[in-house]
Design a protein. Sequence first.
Lengths: 323, 423
Amino acid sequence: MASENNKSCGSGCGCHSDEGIEQENLFNRRTLLKGAGATLGIAAFAKALAPITEWTKDISVDEFLQKHYRELDKSELAAVIKRIEAETKEDYGKEVTISAPQAQKGVKFAYALNLSICVGCRRCAEACHIENNHDRASGNSYIRVLEMSKGSMDMEHGNADYNHPIPQDDKFYMPVQCQQCDNPPCVDVCPVEATWKEPDGIVVVDYNWCIGCRYCEAACPYHARRFNWEKPQIPAAEINPNQSYLSNRIRPQGVMEKCTFCLHRKREGKMPACLEACPTGARVFGNILDPNSEIRKVLENKRVFVLKEELGTKPSFYYFFDE
Amino acid sequence: MSQDSDLHDATHDAKFHATTYPKFLRLALHLCTQGSWSFYAWMILLSGITLVGANAWAIQVRDGMSGTGMSDHVSWGLYIANFTFIVGLAAGGVMMVIPAYLYKDKDMHDTVIIGELLAIASIVMCLMFVIADLGRPDHFWHMLPVVGKFNWPVSMLTWDVLVLNGYLLINLHICGYLLYKRFLGENPNPKFYIPFVFLSIAWAISIHTVTAFLYSGLGGRPFWNTALLAPRFLTTAFCAGTAFIIVVLQIIRRMTNMKIGEGSIRTLANIMRVTIWINILMLISELFSEFYTGGSHASAAHYLYFGHNGLNALQPWIWTSTVFVIVAAILLLRPNIHKHMRTLDIACVLVFVGIWIEKGMGLIIPGFIPSTLHEWVEYIPTALEWKISAGIWAAGLMVYTLLLKVAIPIFTGEAMEVAKKRK
């Protein structure tokens, strides 16, 4: 082929300059063929990408252009919430109210969990599933309960997939959820500031701003983040209609979500759903800045510890054993 | 660069460029749509694979990423694995630039554009792999500075966006400028491209360092959390990128009239010979610390090489890679390897595949296994992921083929004859 090319036009097409008229015909035929090929190619690409247009039908222009949560003024936020409520009604057939409660001054939330009395019943995980409108089929929850061997604090000896009567004598149980770190690696890595720490200590996600790169999921040392691998499916009757923008509203497909200590409940003076569901009272929750709060008593009187302290993430979630 | 006698320096006004630049683009369009039957067959094959990939991606965007093998435990997979490897391919092009411009290697200087164009095609692939991995590609604009929110300098991903796009622009400028000047039949003015060439050398190192920092900065992932990651990324890039270029140079030598001096291939083979052994040394250092110390820090590496309680999805991958890299390293020790093309070609293919696994599946997946709560969930890429990945590779090779199709005849001067004839 190399020797043939010496006489060619240089584009490697193999045509020879001395072929005269015949070559011109060839060129015309070629141009025609190429035109047909290009048209066919473009048509094929349009057809191949057709599923995208089916998807974009569900995305309104307002949604596409929506600003970051923290840049919305009051009226814009109201409009966004109204739109999402309407979309939920349309998609899921349920009237819901979406609030946007703000953090209060002088409040910083912390959680503590008594490992001596947790029995590993996983009712907290189930309550989370219901409260936070998780996808039903996947059974998703922000809480994973590890069954740990007595005699080791190493998660290497833990098991989250146990399926037998509880509690087992030689085991203890350690529920793990978002630790609401004061130095959260997930917030640092987010390329678009779609996740941040609120003044009351809660790490939240703007589901409408997240691009779904899952870098935060890789960065979190506590397996606290979840991705919406597909559009969550929940029957209308099972949807919790009391929702908030930054917490338990039904998440869109393709974005990250996480535990917010039930932001919509506790900012209105209620306890997180996981705490209310706990049958043994292992969970203690409250405002760490209030000297009379129960959580302060625990921190002052119990020997508490945090998970993976060596990573410097400064969790707001404490564990302790009774003496 | 070899210079023809009629080359001359000239300054032109904007009006001149306004008329000649479109001519240059028209010629480029002509050159890259004209070819032999094997060229058409190659392009049709690549288009077909790209179509399959595009369709798979459209389905993934519509139905969500549940069609992939990824999960909340292993949240990055084949896309990010390929992305990481191809950043190395882009950086590998610099192994031609350094001998050409720093050491004034003449043979290399004549062929350096092939490495620079590879950088362009690779970055295009990288960006496509990132987009394929996004759950919400429609939110992509949130990453744009000014209109979106760009979490710079804290997020390493924003650094990666900057360095990758910067590298793309630098190489587009260098290649575009040199080709246009060649087209005009003029000497390129060193002022307009030499500073960018030196910038591109530093920049090539930065793209792979920053990509390594994406992973090595995560304290919660012990498998990645090693200072050796960035140096290893660079060495493997210089090895695999070079292997790819050696093969491309031979194809070009066979298919076109471009002169590929023996010197280029000799220099590149020498670079491979050194970098592959440096990589093996670093690999051994890492494995030593992991396995001699033991404990939970080593559990990911143990899973990767030996499996865990019957879970061993990565074992075939990593042992293939290990064998390929070691065999290639030994083959490359053959004296005067550049004269034994068969041996060199085998070594190149082994290195390319071996490093693709080592830096792809062998690096990304064990970062997630076991998970941060020490759960054991495996990852196996689905057909959807393979289709999308193949589609992106095909699209990237298509871009590279077209770039070469334009650049080579302009460099050999054949294009100017075509241009004259067309008048």
